[in-house]
Structure formats: structure tokens, C-alpha cells
Design a protein around this ligand. Structure first.
Ligand code: ATP
Ligand code: MG
Length: 429
């Protein structure tokens, strides 16, 4: 048995109990004659004090345990007012499980800041920083919360292919792969497939999928491999989709606040109760222009505009009914106001985290929109034909996992929020 308890499961009330803990040497501290080992596991740090143990100060000193050695300690819990946790571990046995053979490339304790590139090059070491683990604990809650809301709302989880024959969002920004005698692409989005699942009668589907964007930008908001949480629903318009998105995002924020208290504390983040405002593109334009912008109808909102909207309206803002020209060709024109379409974005703390729309399910309207977007309907024949055999009105959205994680954890760089990020130059580890 490698452990009986995680460090966080120990308490002063266990005084006298024998336990086995395992993890890494955070530090060995020599204070005068006393020697401490700080043992760190994923849950926290325990103080092991040699003074009275069978494994005495001198034995610990002679063991040579550099920082980040992987160890197991059998010992007794001892109540102690001198330790912050209210207890210490008196060691009966200390075992070095795999003596270090290579130097640790940076200080895991965070006492000396390491460059993000060095940390990412050594992600397995970076994860030993308790803050890094916390980001991914939060990400795990996001994924679980998304799944449980969607299941509760009557959606089925589906898988969609990553290898595809044609673009769904237009030709640019695709990664090409050799596919036997042909070329294939890595999917930019599961758009077509989730629509087909709805058209097929599944009606309410969701998925968590990797998507690939061969965009050459190098920003702190973009990755080239992204994880999207996607939803698509039949017999629905953009307002139904917005309602669902709000429920999902509020659920995620509430779940993280409830389940990741310790992680948020480590990251020094406090989350306020989620309130989501809604505004049309036209009204947003008026509001922004009244506050110093010079936007004209038909211009897309850029990051500064999105930041300004959050300053003016609140942390979470849905902007809906954008002009068709700035949205994907499959966005449904608005019935009452043909100059806009039934599309929307969710902005969180100044950053777009989700996009969605009611889709065009009428083949003729779709062909017209494809042409208006400067694309060739011939290239979308399969997609268009899918709507000729009884396709219901439908709507959906995608929510970017890494961007949402970024805003929830207060990170400044999206690379912090992908376990093994892929960017313009990074392809390993
Ligand atoms: P942007 O304009 O900000 O580059 P987008 O509008 O091209 O993003 P969508 O196609 O709407 O992105 O994708 C849906 C969601 O997926 C986005 O709202 C975002 O959360 C996430 N996403 C898309 N592309 C990226 C990317 N390159 N890096 C990180 N997240 C992304
Ligand atoms: Mg978008």
C-alpha cells in the first residue's frame, strides 16, 4: 500500500494514529538541530518532523532527499500547536521511491518564478505546482458541470469525427493530413455533424470535441488545438439556444464556486454570483458609440469593444443578432429584421467564450447565404442536400473550454489552461 491518506485528509483529531502518506519532497528544512520534511501530494503539504521519530534528524539528513524526490512516509499523527495545520507527522519509516537522476528545471515552490515556456516544456514538473493542478481541477469541474446540465436538459452525448473531407467554416485555417490516396482535414468544428444528428431526429445532442484551427496568430487568447463544448437542438431558434447556454454557464460558475473552494483560494480568485446580461448588436453599437467608439453597422466587434461592453454592462454579456456579413454563412437571417441574423456571442470578462446561432435549414436560403459570403455552393453540396429531406429548424452553440477556464481561473495566457497546449510553434510535449 502506497498511502492510507491524502494530506488533506489528516487532522489534529487523528493524534496518535499511524498513517502512510506519499508524494514529493517539497522542501527539507534544517532549523538548528531540527529537520523537517515537507511532503507534498496533490491535496496539500504535510510537515514531517524528525526530532522524535524512529527516523531521526540525523537519519533524514543522511538520506539525501533533494527537492522533488518521490517518497513514502509511514508515521504517527501528532497534535502540535507549532505547526500551521495543527499537527505534524512523526516518521517511523521514510522511503525514497525512486532517487532523482536528473535536475529539476525550475523551482516548484514558486519562490523563483519560471518562464511559461520552460514550464510548458516540462509540464509534468509544472503540474507539481499546486496552482497548476488547481487550474485543471477547475477544468474537470467545468466539464462535469457541462455534462450534467446537458444530461439533465435531455441531451444525448455524441462523438463526431476529427478527420473530415471538407471545411465546415470556409476553406482557410485548415490543417491538411494525408489520408491514403486523398487529402483530409482536421475538423475546425463539429458543426455539420451535430446538425446532421439533429436533422436525423436525435433532437438534442451535445459533445466535447477537439477542434483544430490553422490560424497563424500568436495571441494569449488563441490555441491551434481547442476543446469545444458543443450543443445543438432541434425545433429551436437562437433564443432557445441562448437560454440553454446561460443555464450551462451559470451552472458551471456555481459548481466551480461550490466544489473548487481550495483551488480558487490557491489561485487567489473569488467568483461572484453569475448574472448574464443580453443586448442586441444594434443596441450594443449605440451603447459603445455613446461611450467613445466609432462603430458603423456591419463592423464586427473587436476585443476592445467586447471589453468595453463588459465594463458597461457586467462580467457576462450575450450580444445577439449580428449582421449576417460578419457571421458564418449558416446563420439564419432574422425574420423581422433581414439586416441581421439569429446569431450570438457570449462574452465573459471581455473575452468571447462562446458563439452560436439558429442555423439555416432552408436549402434555397442557405445557397443564397453561401454566395453572399463569397463561397461556392458546389463545395457545400453535401451540407445543403442534408436539409432537403425534412430538416427541422435548429440552433446551437460552442463554448471554448480553455477560454472559459482562463476567465474562471484569472489566467492571463490561454496556454496555462490547456494541459499540453498546441500553438504556432509548440507541438510537444
Ligand atoms: P475568435 O474570433 O475569438 O478567434 P472564433 O469566433 O473564430 O474566435 P468560434 O468559431 O466562434 O471562434 O468558436 C467557438 C468558441 O471556441 C469560441 O467562442 C472560443 O471560446 C473557442 N475558440 C475558437 N477558436 C479558438 C482558438 N483559436 N483558441 C482558443 N479558443 C478558441
Ligand atoms: Mg466566434
Amino acid at each position: 500500500m502506497y498511502r492510507t491518506h491524502y494530506v488533506s485528509e489528516l487532522s489534529p483529531e487523528m493524534d496518535g494514529q499511524e498513517v502512510v502518506i506519499a508524494g514529493w519532497v517539497h522542501e527539507v528544512r534544517n532549523i538548528g538541530k531540527i529537520v523537517f520534511i515537507l511532503l507534498r501530494d496533490r491535496s496539500g503539504i504535510a510537515q514531517v518532523i524528525g526530532k522524535e521519530g524512529v527516523v531521526s534528524d540525523d537519519i533524514i539528513k543522511s538520506m539525501n532527499l533533494p527537492k522533488e524526490s518521490v517518497i513514502r512516509i509511514r508515521g504517527t499523527v501528532k497534535r502540535s500547536s507549532e505547526s500551521k495545520a495543527g499537527f505534524e507527522i512523526v516518521p517511523l519509516e521514510v522511503k525514497n521511491l525512486n532517487p532523482l537522476e536528473a535536475a529539476i528545471p525550475f523551482e516548484v515552490t514558486g519562490k523563483v518564478a519560471a518562464e511559461i515556456d520552460v514550464r510548458l516544456d516540462n509540464r509534468q514538473i509544472d503540474l507539481r505546482r499546486i496552482e497548476t493542478t488547481s487550474i485543471f481541477n477547475i477544468q474537470s469541474t467545468i466539464l462535469n458541470s457541462f455534462r450534467s446540465t446537458m444530461l439533465r436538459e435531455g441531451f444525448s452525448e455524441i462523438r463526431t469525427p476529427v478527420l473530415v473531407e471538407a471545411a465546415t467554416e470556409g476553406g482557410a485555417d485548415l490543417f491538411t493530413v494525408d489520408y491514403f490516396e486523398k487529402k483530409a482535414f482536421l475538423a475546425q468544428s463539429p458543426q455539420l455533424y451535430k446538425q446532421l444528428a439533429v436533422v436525423g431526429g436525435m433532437d438534442r445532442v451535445f459533445m466535447v470535441v477537439p477542434v483544430f484551427r490553422a490560424e497563424k496568430h500568436n495571441t494569449v487568447f488563441h490555441l491551434n488545438e481547442v476543446t469545444q463544448m458543443d450543443a445543438e437542438m432541434g425545433f429551436a431558434d437562437h433564443k432557445d439556444a441562448i437560454k440553454l447556454l446561460k443555464k450551462v454557464v451559470k451552472g458551471i460558475i456555481n459548481d466551480v464556486a461550490k466544489k473548487n473552494g481550495m483551488d480558487l483560494e490557491r489561485l487567489n480568485v473569488s467568483l461572484s454570483k453569475p448574472v448574464i446580461k443580453e443586448i442586441t448588436y444594434k443596441k450594443a453599437l449605440g451603447l459603445l458609440n455613446a461611450n467613445g467608439s466609432e462603430l458603423e453597422f456591419g463592423q464586427d466587434l473587436n476585443r476592445e469593444h467586447e471589453e468595453a461592453l463588459c465594463r458597461l454592462l457586467g462580467e457576462l454579456v450575450v450580444v445577439k443578432e449580428y449582421p449576417s456579413s460578419v457571421r458564418a454563412f449558416y446563420s439564419m437571417p432574422n425574420e423581422r429584421d433581414r439586416s441581421v441574423c439569429n446569431s450570438f456571442d457570449l462574452i465573459y470578462k471581455g473575452l468571447e467564450i462562446s458563439s452560436g446561432a439558429q442555423r439555416i435549414h432552408i436549402p434555397e436560403t442557405l445557397i443564397q447565404s453561401i454566395k453572399e459570403h463569397g463561397l461556392d455552393p458546389k463545395e457545400f453540396e453535401f451540407y445543403i442536400n442534408a436539409f432537403r429531406q425534412g430538416a427541422p429548424p435548429h440552433a446551437g452553440w460552442s463554448l471554448g473550454l480553455e477560454r472559459l477556464t482562463m476567465k474562471l481561473t484569472g489566467m492571463q495566457n490561454i496556454r496555462e489552461c490547456s494541459l499540453f497546449p498546441r500553438d504556432r510553434i509548440r507541438l510537444k510535449p
